[in-house]
Each structure stands twice: as structure tokens, then as C-alpha cells.
Design a protein around this ligand. Structure first.
Ligand code: PEP
Ligand code: MN
Length: 342
């Protein structure tokens, strides 16, 4: 249920609505706009229906939230959310470039790539320490040693870190290093993990499962939001279709459709969708021009030697040109790159 307060509602009136919501065992999520405050009442349907807030002092109207996801819906927050990570903004008119290797391999590869990303104007640095691999015999990531190298990359460049957490048992250690926790496509519906990351309060980059609908993606985001963590970035990374000429089909329609459905920022991952380098630049330009709030892309100093995802990694040399092109495409959609250039 959504309680829309009158334009002149007082703080006391807002507070008494919040108190009422809490007495029925629901949770109040106020969103204070410039003119009106909207309060989401989220909880069991039976409780929320008994609120009886119509006619309460300061209440303009009580409207049901029609979508199955509530806190993620554009209805509850009509203006785009902006997530801030150490001075870099994502969402609204702010575009972010998240880049780095698929996986952390060595100190030189990690720190070297972080410097390339920083110099090119990248906003955040990505790199996996825990890798979700299709084969259990493939390299699974450096784990704790990988996290240590990411911390070093941040200390050297100042770039905030995006890294994946696959298992709630690793969360404590990942939280020591990650400024943004990545939830991989394969874990999009791992609800206990989502709730745990929600409770941690750390910004999360939630990747769309390869066969998930947008509604399922938003329901997954809701698991994080419901725990009181508002900092969720959605990520389109390609879905499975009948087409076999490339790895996955990048669903760019998802960008404007998500903008209609939700206030959450939308990031596009052209690397995992394409599976090969030659497609990464055109897909990135299209995503930026379509209004994505950022790109997460793989880059490696020597992709032919990369342990994983080499064929799709951009080469470090030339990465600065790539960022410039994407920056121009983002400008077409009215967005400005949020970074701290070297
Ligand atoms: C990755 O970002 O390296 C990755 C494994 O992504 P996804 O979960 O989208 O496959
Ligand atoms: Mn990868």
C-alpha cells in the first residue's frame, strides 16, 4: 500500500502514519520528495489492508501498489534513484563505467589493469575473486588472495571495488573489500543470499539471470530492498534465446522498459552477452545511447593469456578510446560520466 501525504503535511502527521504502519506489523518506507512525501507500507497483505489510514490527518490518499514488487516499483518512487559510491554517482543523469578483468589472476595483472581503468576515466574497478564457473573443473578464482589484491588495487588507484559474492558464508570477507557486491546471473534467485546482502546495507549489483523475466529480476531486487538496503543496481547481461551466433542475446529493450517499471539504476554488461570482443564496443554504444546508467565491461592487458573470458575482454591498449566513445554515446541520452580522472 502507498500512502500519499498532502503537500503541506507536517512531520508529526508523517510520523503518526509511520507509527500506525508499524503497529500492524508492517514496515514503513518513507520517500520524501520536494513537494510530497509518499510512504510505502510493506508487509503481509492482510495486515496492510487493515491500516485504515484513509482520512488520517495529512493523508491525501491511500493507493494500492499494483505490481508484485513494491519498493522497486516506479509507482512508489517516480524519480530515478541515484546510488553514490565514494563520490561516483550512478543513476539519474550520472553514467558510470565499471571495468576490469573477469577474474583476479596476478598482482601485476590486477594492479596494472586498475591503473588503465583509472587513467581512462573509469568510475569503478571490477574483478572476480570467487568465480561462478559452468565447469567444476575450471579455475574457481583466487578467493581470499584475490580479495587482498583487489584491496591493493583500490589502495593504489582509489577506484571503488565491485566483486562477486557467491555464497553467504563468504560475505563477511567480501564486505571487507567490496564497495559494491556483485550478485551473478546464476545467483539472481538465491533468496537467502539476496536477503543477507540486503541486511549488510552494502550497494549491490544484481545481474539478471540468463532466463529470467524482468519481473523476476525486480522481485529479486525486492528481496534486497525489503531488508532496508536501497542501493541496488540492476544489470542486463544477456539472456538465452534461440540464437547461437553469439553467446547470449543482449536485451537492450530491457533498458527503456526497466526505466518505465522501476526507479533503480540499470547497468549493461556487453561482455558476457557478446562473448567476443568485436561486439563489445557496438553493444556498449547502443546501451549507453538507449539510456543505460552505466556499463560493466571486461578488460585485460593480454586477453589471449586470460584464465577466463579472454575472448570477450577488451585490450588494455585502446581502452581509453573505448571510454571516450561510450562517453559520447551516453551524452546522447543526456548523461555525464561520473569518474575521478587520473
Ligand atoms: C562476471 O561478471 O564475470 C560473470 C560471471 O557474470 P554473469 O554472472 O553475468 O555470468
Ligand atoms: Mn567474466
Amino acid at each position: 500500500m502507498m500512502i500519499v501525504m498532502k503537500a503541506g503535511a507536517t512531520e508529526d502527521q508523517i510520523q503518526s502514519v509511520i507509527d500506525r504502519i508499524e503497529t500492524v506489523g508492517a514496515r514503513a518506507h518513507p520517500s520524501r520528495g520536494e513537494e510530497v512525501t509518499v510512504i510505502g507500507a510493506i508487509g503481509d497483505r492482510e495486515h496492510v489492508q487493515r491500516l485504515g489510514l484513509e482520512g488520517y490527518p495529512g493523508v491525501e490518499q491511500v493507493v494500492p501498489i499494483l505490481k508484485p514488487y513494491k519498493l522497486a516499483s516506479a509507482q512508489i518512487r517516480p524519480t530515478p534513484s541515484v546510488v553514490e559510491i565514494e563520490g561516483r554517482r550512478i543513476g539519474g543523469e550520472h553514467f558510470s563505467m565499471i571495468a576490469g578483468p573477469c577474474t583476479v589472476e596476478t598482482r601485476d595483472q590486477t594492479i596494472g589493469t586498475a591503473h588503465v581503468v583509472k587513467a581512462a576515466g573509469g568510475s569503478l574497478f571490477r574483478g572476480g575473486a570467487y568465480k561462478p564457473r559452468t565447469s567444476p573443473y575450471a579455475f574457481q578464482g583466487l578467493g581470499q588472495e584475490g580479495l587482498r589484491l583487489l584491496a591493493e588495487a583500490k589502495a593504489e588507484t582509489g577506484l571503488p571495488i565491485v566483486t562477486e559474492c557467491m555464497d553467504a558464508r563468504d560475505l563477511e570477507q567480501v564486505l571487507e573489500v567490496a564497495d559494491v557486491i556483485q550478485i551473478g546471473a546464476r545467483n539472481m534467485q538465491n533468496y537467502p543470499l539476496l536477503a543477507e546482502i540486503g541486511r549488510s546495507g552494502r550497494p549491490a549489483l544484481l545481474k539478471r539471470g540468463a532466463s529470467a523475466t524482468l519481473e523476476e529480476l525486480l522481485m529479486a531486487a525486492e528481496y534486497i530492498l525489503k531488508e532496508g538496503n536501497p542501493n541496488v543496481l540492476l544489470c542486463e547481461r544477456g539472456i538465452r534465446t534461440f540464437e547461437t551466433a553469439y553467446r547470449y542475446t543482449l536485451d537492450l529493450t530491457a533498458v527503456p522498459v526497466l526505466k518505465e517499471l522501476t526507479h533503480l539504476p540499470v547497468i549493461v554488461d556487453p561482455s558476457h552477452a557478446a562473448g567476443r570482443r568485436s561486439l563489445v564496443t557496438p553493444l556498449s554504444l547502443a546501451a549507453a545511447a538507449a539510456g543505460a546508467d552505466g556499463i560493466i565491461v571486461e578488460v585485460h592487458p593480454q586477453p589471449e593469456e586470460a584464465i577466463c573470458d579472454g575472448p570477450q575482454a577488451l585490450v588494455s591498449d585502446g581502452f581509453a578510446d573505448y571510454v571516450e566513445q561510450v562517453e559520447r554515446a551516453a551524452a546522447v541520452a543526456g548523461k555525464v560520466l561520473s569518474s575521478v580522472r587520473a
